[in-house]
Design a protein around this ligand. Structure first.
Ligand SMILES: [Zn+2]
Length: 403
């Protein structure tokens, strides 16, 4: 495994600047390409799973977080309020309150449930500067978040659905969970009261895990302040564990926000909120990808997917035409011309690029290219058309294997 902070800088994925501030990384074009691919993937998966996307502001009045309970239970991790003309606004520590308010903005019927509301949105954490570093300890992050508003009897199915999405995402990303943790409340004022409701939520989560045949451990004191959760733990390059994905059951915020739906019986009922994140924050997800793959990302995530190497000046034009075809097909491709050194040196320089295409004089005349995969496997000489089509198909299917 690798250290994403060191490698992220070497590969030109992201960086920080003291003038912007600690824990506030910026993304360079290659890093932004990885992140964009990840964001597109997760939005597509969510659409297929029946989620609707919303956008909500990264600020909210302090009162919003007093209602949600964040102000009472989570204030130490929040940035201090900003006074704007006598009104106090804060950078949000989570997206739940905004989503609860969006749910509440319309009358809801049982027919709309489960209502799955997703957003890839910014959230902020007032981490102390001593602990900040890379993409894993940051003050600003983009969370792949969603809240499912549903009836009590729908909770288990929704939790199961989220676990399935997490499994598929890890497979596509080529990463693995080191353990599943059922996170319970502990002692102290960090958690909201109401033991009956906690017990019910813990029961549902435990049952889903058992039914899915997923071995899990119990983590006392690791719950969210409003409810228990399933945390999917991954390990970084140094073997330190952290939570990437999470599924949480919440009876507290629906109560606090007075959420309702009209049931089949015509009466008003309280929905349950299932909070879930499939890939966590894009910062953590990319850090994990870098540490696991050392920059040799699965094809669909690679910043540059195809590098085209004309053997000599005479084939540069053909190489450029090939890149154009790739771009047309939605691939990220670029030419490394002979001015960048010998063919061997250029191949070595592109060792992290999944597809290396060589065009010599003979190939250029015949409309062929010689394809080499990352790691050195020679696929052989083929029609340019066929190569673009096949790479496009593998990348489009988000397969971890290259060919
Ligand atoms: Zn939430």
């Amino acid at each position: 495994m690798y250290d994403h902070r060191k490698l992220g800088r070497e590969l030109g994925l992201f960086d920080t600047d003291p003038l912007i501030g600690a824990g506030l990384p910026y993304w360079l074009p290659d890093g932004a390409a990885v992140r964009e691919a990840l964001e597109e993937y997760i939005r597509g998966e969510e659409r297929r799973a029946g989620y609707r996307h919303v956008y909500s502001p990264v600020l909210g009045k302090r009162e919003l977080y007093e209602v949600s309970g964040h102000w009472a239970h989570y204030r130490d991790d929040m940035f201090p309020p900003m006074d704007v003309g006598g009104e106090e606004v804060v950078l949000r520590p989570s997206l739940c309150p905004h989503h609860a308010v969006i749910y509440r903005s319309r009358a809801r019927s049982y027919r709309e449930l489960p209502l799955r509301m997703a957003e890839l949105g910014g959230m902020y954490r007032a981490e102390l500067s001593g602990v900040l570093g890379g993409l894993t300890r940051v003050r600003a992050m983009q969370l792949n978040d969603a809240h499912i508003f549903c009836a009590l009897e729908q909770v288990a199915g929704e939790v199961e659905g989220a676990l399935g999405m997490i499994r598929r995402a890890y497979e596509a990303m080529g990463i693995r969970a080191v353990r599943y943790r059922l996170s319970l409340p502990g002692d102290g004022g960090k958690f909201v009261a109401g033991s009956e409701v906690w017990g019910r939520s813990v029961g549902v989560l435990g049952e889903v895990l058992r039914r899915a045949g997923v071995p899990y451990e119990v983590g006392e004191g690791e719950a969210a302040f409003y409810g228990p959760k399933i945390d999917v733990q991954v390990a970084d390059g140094a073997g330190r564990e952290f939570t990437l994905s999470t599924v949480q059951v919440d009876f507290h915020q629906p109560e606090r926000f007075g959420l309702q739906y009209v049931g089949a019986d015509g009466a008003k009922h309280r929905p349950v909120m299932v909070h879930r994140s499939i890939i966590g924050s894009v910062e953590r997800a990319v850090a994990q990808l870098v540490e696991v793959h050392g920059g040799a990302f699965p094809g669909w995530l690679a910043p540059v997917q195809v590098v085209v190497l004309p053997v000599s000046e005479g084939e540069v034009e053909h190489a450029e035409a090939f890149v154009e075809r790739c771009v047309e097909r939605g691939l990220r491709a670029r030419v490394e011309g002979p001015e960048r050194g010998s063919l061997g040196a250029r191949v070595r320089g592109a060792r992290l690029v999944p597809y290396q295409v060589v065009i010599g004089a003979k190939e250029a005349v015949e409309g062929h290219v010689a394809l080499r995969l990352r790691g050195g496997r020679q696929v052989g000489v083929m029609a340019a058309e066929e190569v673009v089509g096949r790479i496009g198909a593998v990348v489009g299917a988000r397969r971890v294997e290259l060919w």
